[in-house]
Design a protein around this ligand. Structure first.
Ligand code: ADP
Ligand code: MG
Length: 570
């Protein structure tokens, strides 16, 4: 085949693919345009997770009627004049390809009126084919309506995630921009429900409260002020070590007002938190970096979410230093003293009576299959020896030594008991004396709402109550010690990006989370009885060797391995 220049439609379809990955990308581009247009109010309406409709309205400077067609053309922008400008970008947009790209893969309609114009105008495009502009009456500003996204790109449609996942991405995106621009009043309506709103009164903590909930927002620590002459300015908020998450999703970074994804920035924050947080836990952070535009390249990818810093190390150091200094000014590091919890317990015989395991409630060891009859991956009968570091149980088996992770083991025990109770229809649910209303953040609300059925079958009784709240009537018995809002937090905190298994799997996932929260923690000193009981209950599990999340519950050191280690054998 000979080399040919691609026809315009093919070229724009390829370009569109990079800009418009999913409905949230459409929201991002349109919101950025509205911000660039100096809007004081941005309203976003979404239907069917953005597949059917994404509409963004603003009260910004508008587009002249004569330039509407141009705005939709590829590489047409009012934000750059020369190649030199590319090195000093002070707007969110600059590539002039967003509207063209979106129009290439949807049915798009744009209406706009400039403040001084008496009428506005409207233009429609379908799959890249532009109609004729019409004169209309319209309020000042711009409205872009994007319908039937990807209607002409079946491959993209097929790869689209569920509507709820898309909704979650959209609300994350809108809330991130609202945090960066507290002077703009944002509202997000998804499926006819007001999902998020900010007042535009300039108070960033108030926006944070709408995003993360009042409690978290109140706990946030403002970064210490920096030397105003420093070339890299970092401001914003971090969480105290006690408020943390199991993934990095809540570390949010902005560079010159642009929300960016950058691994080195989260690494800098993590380094600052070193020794303040347990391994695998991550803080919340909302950090705003300001630096001269020519020292950062935002033109890395069409989606404009990646940046390159000219002085990567200086940026890293600035973030690390100010976060560390702020933390040191706030908290004293936790004292972990393993020495005190070491118990030099003498050996004791096999337990012969059903133990009392009061602390780990509700799971008597009678009932289940007799010990040691697990499955193929069952475990042998073990003799409890003692506890190490208040986290691991030491036990002896027919073939050597076993080290058991008490938390993981208890998770497994609770999980199997819960699933058994469920399949027997005997699930223990704790009805509250007074139903309690719990308000969640928009993204969390969407998560719970999607899982109401699974939650019901696990002992939660909750119903939608207002825009973003649930009324909780009952919670699973094993979470009895938690308040209703803590119990709901168990479900929604730290959900992995794009976690969306089938319903049955989802139920197991939720059950696993519930058990994780209810299980005995590492660092908890257990009595001899409790140690023995835990081992005995683990022996009765069908899959005792892994926790419900798939991590090992135990490590085995065989007699053979021990002998080799001690040089008793070659
Ligand atoms: P870019 O933002 O990179 O310039 P876009 O394709 O997103 O490219 O938009 C093209 C042009 O259309 C912009 O440069 C701007 O002049 C105009 N435009 C788009 N959206 C708006 C809006 N909401 N208000 C005013 N002008 C807009
Ligand atoms: Mg743009």
């Amino acid at each position: 085949m000979s080399i040919k220049v691609l026809p315009e439609e093919v070229a724009s379809a390829i370009a569109a693919g990079e800009v418009v990955e999913r409905p949230a990308s459409v929201v991002k581009e349109l919101v950025e345009n509205a911000i660039d247009a100096g809007a004081g109010r941005i309203e976003i309406v979404v239907e069917a997770g953005g597949r059917k409709l994404v509409q963004v309205s603003d009260d910004g400077e508008g587009i002249p009627a004569g330039e509407l067609e141009l705005a939709l053309a590829r590489y047409a922008t009012s934000k750059l004049q020369s190649a030199q400008d590319l090195f000093e970008i002070d707007t969110l947009g600059f590539r002039g390809e967003a509207l063209a790209s979106i129009a290439a893969v949807s049915r798009l309609e744009i209406s706009s009126r400039m403040p001084e114009a008496s009428t506005g105008s409207r233009l429609s495009v379908e799959g890249g084919k532009t109609g004729k502009p019409k004169s209309i009456g319209a309020p000042q500003g711009t409205v872009v309506r994007v319908c039937d996204l990807f209607f002409n790109v079946p491959a993209r449609l097929e790869f689209m995630r569920t509507e709820s996942t898309e909704r979650r991405h959209i609300s994350t995106l809108v809330t991130r921009y609202a945090l960066a621009y507290p002077d703009i009043a944002f509202s997000l309506r998804q499926e006819d429900r007001l999902n998020f709103q900010s007042s535009g009164n300039g108070n960033r903590l108030e926006v944070a409260a709408a995003v993360y909930g009042v409690e978290v927002a109140q706990s946030l620590i403002q970064l210490q002020p920096m030397d105003p002459d420093a070339p890299i300015q970092v401001t914003g908020f971090i969480s105290p070590p006690s408020v943390n998450r199991s993934n990095r999703n809540e570390m949010t970074f902005y560079v010159n007002g642009r929300w960016v994804q950058d691994g080195s920035l989260s690494a800098a924050v993590m380094q600052a938190y070193h020794t303040f947080l347990m391994v695998g836990r991550y803080p919340l952070a909302i950090l705003f970096l300001e630096m001269a535009p020519e020292t950062v390249d935002v033109n890395v990818h069409p989606a404009k979410t990646e940046v390159r810093f000219r002085q990567q190390n200086a940026v890293f150091a600035s973030v690390q230093r100010v976060v560390r200094a702020t933390l040191l000014g706030q908290v004293t590091p936790p004292q972990v003293d393993l020495g005190t919890s070491w118990s030099a317990t003498p050996s004791h015989p096999w337990p012969d009576q059903p133990p009392e395991f009061a602390m780990l409630r509700g799971l008597e060891s009678e009932g289940g299959p007799p010990p040691g009859t697990g499955g193929d991956d069952g475990m042998p009968l073990l003799r409890s020896v003692g506890q190490v570091g208040a986290s691991y149980l030491v036990a002896e088996g027919p073939d050597g030594l076993y080290l058991i992770d008490q938390h993981a083991a208890h998770e497994r025990i609770l999980f199997e008991a819960l699933m058994a109770e469920k399949s027997d229809g005997e699930l223990h649910s704790q009805t509250l004396l007074e139903p309690e209303v719990v308000e969640l953040t928009p993204a969390q609300f969407a998560l719970v709402e999607d899982q109401l059925d699974s939650l019901q079958s696990l002992g939660f009784e909750i119903e939608v109550f207002g825009q973003r709240a649930f009324k909780v009537r009952a919670i699973p018995g094993i979470l009895m010690k938690l308040s209703p809002s803590e119990a709901l937090q168990v479900l929604v905190e730290d959900f992995e990006e794009d976690e969306e298994p089938l319903a049955a799997e989802m139920e197991e996932k939720i059950a696993a989370r519930v058990c994780k929260r209810a299980a005995v923690k590492a660092g908890q000193v257990l009595s001899l009885e409790e140690q023995r009981s835990l081992i005995q209950q683990l022996e009765q599990c069908a899959s005792p060797r892994t926790c419900p999340h798939g991590r090992p519950t135990m490590i085995h050191l065989s007699v053979d391995a021990l002998e080799r280690q001690f040089g008793r054998r070659g």
